[in-house]
Design a protein around this ligand. Structure first.
Ligand code: C5P
Length: 406
């Protein structure tokens, strides 16, 4: 799915509307544009300001708004999206949709759209099970509308059963499956993947550590892209500010030694992608208490010792080697030559090489320009977002495991 796909999100009036705020955040993190319609009832639960702040766009509410009609009519609003999502879809919204009523902006946009529609129903269990709602559901499905959820469980009203809105991660997965055929095909289902990401922090004493500038953005995006194609994905990450990617088992670590242990404990995988910027050295003997300045001004001696090479230990494992091992080479000069050398030295199958000189802005930024180096040669990828690099890499991994499908 390209990064320029757009969602029109219609937020109905149910307590589950609070989860739609999280959904907006997740949609944007997945590289999707989000424009929102908040119904009058929806605005009883969340505010137009929180919706606008998270979506980065004006929140649309009124059908007969002269300025709005001049700037963006309700027809255009419904047509400019690639997918219309209703979350929460209340019993009332479903009833109106099933009978073609359109007396407000949300229902008018739903009747006017020429795009696919996905509903995430949310309501009390009795309302969900009522024959009227089930009749409306059947009608909507017959009209070609897709449904995600509802889940079963405790409800805000104190009852138990089906009617809880699907979790934002599940709605996101359903949206991605609707937008991209490659996601719907789940080509990596049954494949176990391991990704390392982020920097490591190597303690000097209880309050200080050695670190590097890795943000974890690329590694996290790769874990997310693999899970999106159906891989059972474990992400072992050093300290980052990145949120846990949906559908991924995240194991947080601090040091290189902890990262190696977590990787070993993850068990056998089919593909390993080592994107972490693991510190090459750690302080040989850490002190249990904070190192103090001394009266004579002498600086502390901090002898270093080499950290384990996680990529190498995975790639050279005699008993547990994944079928495909991929490393990264972040370089500031001679990018391809260093990558080729790394490929041989570490024993991995592919190296994703990039130039991380400060002027490129790649370290910590959202974009990346990479070269995929393997025994077969070098593929120069055009500059793209880290999410797109991750998706391209996941697509290449899917091709490796199922060349016929690729
Ligand atoms: O040559 P260098 O060690 O920088 O190679 C980088 C590659 O090796 C990356 O894929 C990185 O994740 C991996 N690596 C590792 N463990 C280390 C050092 C690097 O897995 N201790």
């Amino acid at each position: 799915m390209s990064g320029d796909k757009r969602i029109l999100l219609i937020i109905g009036g149910g307590i589950a509307a609070y989860k739609s705020l999280d959904l907006i955040r997740k949609l944007r993190a997945a590289g999707l544009g989000v424009r929102c319609i908040l119904t009058e009832a929806g605005a009883q639960f969340i505010t137009p300001l929180s919706v606008a702040s998270l979506s980065g766009e004006k929140t649309h509410m009124a059908l007969f708004d002269l300025t709005e009609e001049a700037e963006m009519g309700h027809i255009r609003l419904s047509r400019e999206a690639d997918l219309v999502v209703v979350a929460p879809a209340t019993a009332d919204l479903m009833a109106k949709m099933a009978s073609g009523q359109c007396n407000d902006l949300a229902t008018t946009a739903l009747l006017a759209t020429d795009k696919p529609v996905l509903l995430a129903p949310a309501m009390n269990v009795r309302m969900w099970e009522h024959p009227a709602t089930q009749r409306n559901l059947a009608q909507l499905q017959a009209d070609g509308i897709s449904i995600v959820g509802p889940d079963s469980g405790d409800m805000a009203c104190g009852e138990y059963g089906p009617g809880r809105m699907a979790e934002p991660d599940d709605i996101l997965a359903a949206i991605e499956a609707k937008l991209s055929p490659e996601v719907a095909a789940q080509p990596l289902r049954g494949v176990r993947a391991l990704v390392t990401s982020g920097p490591t922090h190597e303690p000097i004493d209880p309050v200080r550590y050695i670190a590097n500038r890795s943000s974890g953005k690329q590694g996290h995006a790769i874990a997310s892209a693999l899970a999106r194609l159906g891989a059972e994905t474990v992400l072992v990450s050093g300290p980052t500010h990145e949120p846990a990617p949906p559908g991924v088992r995240l194991i947080r670590v601090e040091t290189a030694c902890e990262m190696l242990r977590a990787v070993e404990e993850a068990g056998h995988v089919d593909v390993a992608v080592c994107a972490a910027a693991v510190a090459d050295w750690r302080v040989a003997s850490q002190t249990g208490s904070k190192i103090k300045k001394t009266a004579d001004g002498a600086c502390p001696e901090l002898p270093l010792t080499e950290n384990p090479d996680i990529l190498k230990s995975i790639a050279r494992s005699a008993t547990n080697r994944p079928r495909l091992v991929i490393g990264f080479a972040a370089e500031t000069d001679n990018v391809i030559a260093h990558a080729r050398d790394k490929l041989a030295r570490k024993g991995c199958d592919w190296i994703v090489a990039n130039d991380v000189s400060p002027e490129t802005g790649i370290m910590g930024g959202d974009f990346n320009t990479v070269h995929l180096v393997s025994a077969a040669g070098v593929a120069d990828w055009p500059p793209m977002s880290k999410i797109e690099v991750a998706r391209q890499l996941a697509a290449d991994i899917a091709k490796f495991f199922d060349p016929d499908r690729g």
